[in-house]
Write a protein that binds this ligand. Structure first.
Ligand code: NIG
Ligand code: FE
Length: 417
């Protein structure tokens, strides 16, 4: 495979000589960079980097592609640890309904929301779902995403959940970027089980899980722990059932009410708890003594006008915070991590350094790919992007809505959109 050298980089961002797991508290404000740098890629991996002042003589110029990045910034790709990009069609009518006064909860009670997407997924073929998801995936790659977690959860029947997970597996098997699959059968109660929640939970645990495990279709298990969806007790039951099949837990926690998802997630050793709008002081305490990554989804809080999760308070309490897009048709129809960073800076009063750490290294921890991506570290995948000529990395969250990414590399290969 071709060797690649990027030289004259204005700033090489998120350089970690030694691999680290995550950054917490005050360390989130630290973003190691090299100004006027070079970066070498060999065989799809980051080989070496340094300052142009100590640029080594290159003896082997054969097969070496050289890129001049004068005036440009190079960053590791964003890691998006929470998405629902496998879905059919869109829900812009519900968006308009919300503008006209209906709440997310009211739309769900009328059979819309997650149930609207479930009806569309039921009628879609695997190929259709794959094609639609690939359009979204290519879009977010062009926006700088270089690793992604994708959930099921719009199936809500054994057949349709398996269909979604098989689509995710097809995406994973492309080996384009690291992909993790999450089984989210407990996303909502399907219409046919409206009066029989216990029956649906049994179906998840006794029928769906064994089949998913047998086909090795999931890495993680997730549940929507929320008023009107699933309780903390049900969350514990589902997470423990997943654990028996080797699936680590994730929880949609405290998004629209305080429902106990964070503490249950921590208790069950969840890899991450996500959303956190109604996270309180006891939850922050519980997270402090855990390995669970608190993950804020700024796009969903923005799009549904929810109260803001206490990200600043969590960081000030010494916690790590990760960001993810939650790309989905109902609460965050965007997977643009550049915009998530703008929201982080403007709405959550996080510095550009903190938001970049939240979108790279900490997000990589939240989907267990920190050994592969999330920083410029020798041996990690060469998944990075080169910006247009810009003044500094703070210009990325500052210029919300602009596209400042010029070229994206995955496994050292330039992506063309
Ligand atoms: O992460 N909160 C639950 N699930 C999704 C939204 C699902 C939908 O509305 O389609 C979320 O926000
Ligand atoms: Fe979600």
């Amino acid at each position: 495979m071709q060797k690649l050298l990027i030289k004259n980089i204005k700033t090489l961002v998120q350089v970690r000589e030694e691999a680290i797991e995550k950054v917490s508290g005050k360390d989130m404000a630290v973003l190691p960079c090299i100004h006027n740098a070079w970066l070498a890629v060999d065989n799809g991996l980051i080989a070496d980097f340094g300052s142009m002042d100590d640029f080594p003589g290159i003896t082997d110029w054969k097969n070496l592609q050289v890129i001049d990045a004068t005036g440009k910034i190079v960053m590791p790709c964003y890691v998006d640890s929470h998405t629902h990009i496998v879905y059919a069609g869109n829900r812009e009518q519900e968006f308009v309904d919300r503008i006209n006064g209906l709440s997310y909860e009211e739309i769900f009670k009328r059979g819309g929301g997650i149930l609207n997407s479930a009806a569309r997924v039921a009628n879609a073929t695997e190929d259709q779902l794959f094609d639609e998801a690939m359009i979204r995936l290519k879009e977010v790659i062009a926006q700088g995403t270089g690793a992604i977690e994708i959930k099921s959860g719009y199936g809500l029947s054994t057949e349709a959940e398996l269909k979604m997970l098989r689509v995710i597996k097809r995406i994973k098997d492309l080996n384009l970027l690291p992909v993790k699959a999450t089984f989210l059968g407990a996303h909502a109660l399907p219409q046919v089980y409206k009066e029989n929640k216990a029956g649906y939970l049994d179906l998840i645990i006794e029928e769906m899980l064994p089949k998913i495990a047998e086909e090795k279709l999931a890495d993680y298990i997730d549940i929507f722990c929320e008023r009107g969806y699933f309780t903390a007790e049900e969350t514990e039951r589902v997470l423990l059932a997943g654990k028996k099949y080797g699936l680590k837990g994730k929880v949609h926690a405290e998004q629209m009410s305080h429902s106990g998802g964070i503490q249950t997630g921590v208790k069950c050793g969840a890899l991450s708890v996500d959303h956190l709008e109604y996270c309180n002081d006891e939850d922050i305490e519980a997270l402090k003594n855990s390995a669970t990554m608190p993950t804020v989804l700024p796009g969903a809080a923005f799009f549904v006008s929810l109260p803001l999760p206490p990200a600043r308070k969590m960081i000030d309490a010494g916690l790590p915070v990760a960001f993810a897009s939650d790309f989905n048709p109902g609460t965050s129809p965007s997977g643009n991590m550049n915009f998530m960073m703008s929201l982080g800076c403007v709405q959550y009063k996080m510095t550009p350094e903190e938001t970049i750490n939240a979108c790279t290294i900490n997000a990589a921890y939240a989907m267990d790919v920190v050994h592969e991506v999330g920083s410029i570290t020798p041996g990690k995948k060469a998944n990075f992007f080169i910006t247009k000529e810009i003044s500094s990395y703070a210009f990325i969250p500052y210029s919300f809505g602009s596209n400042l990414i010029e070229t994206v590399f995955l496994n050292g290969v330039e992506q063309t959109s």
